[in-house]
Write a protein that binds this ligand. Sequence first.
Ligand code: HEC
Length: 148
Amino acid sequence: MRKSMGVVVASVVGLAFAAGVAVAAEKDIKTPRVPAAELQKAKDMKNPLQPTPDNIAKGKAVFEGKGTCFTCHGNTGKGDGPAGAALDPSPRNFANPEFHKVRTPGEMFWVIKNGSPGTGMISYNPAMISDEETWQVILYERSLGGEK
Ligand code: HEC
């Protein structure tokens, strides 16, 4: 009896441990997040701001401040923030240059405005940040991947 209880406890603990360490993956970067009907319009949107050190610094302040982006996307934008740990798909890793090659700033703007349906990425504009702050934070996120 004692022995079989021990086995049961061990396997329950083992399962909990396995569930705890299962790290969700990012969703494929090649799948656009903007619905097909709006995709071309989003891609055509240009960031009205230049990637100057000043605008990138303002974007960093939004990312780490009122936007609360860092809580999920992580302090260095790698998608490893504590609030994102349980999310499936995982928060986007902005330090990945490949992401910025397939995604345009306009598509990022669309997601920050509308959210990414079916994921933990909700709309932050206009509830928390303005259009100008959105373009600033996009400049910062792209700078993390070495992009403009
Ligand atoms: C509650 C957690 C959370 C917070 C806070 C958060 N995000 Fe996200 N974000 C996510 C997740 C999860 C994804 C992945 C969604 C997907 O794969 O479609 C994501 C994806 C994105 C994407 C990329 C979507 C794509 O095209 O692949 C952008 C851009 C983005 N977030 C910007 C921001 C900005 C800017 C902020 C702050 C204003 C922010 N996020 C705050 C969870 C979060």
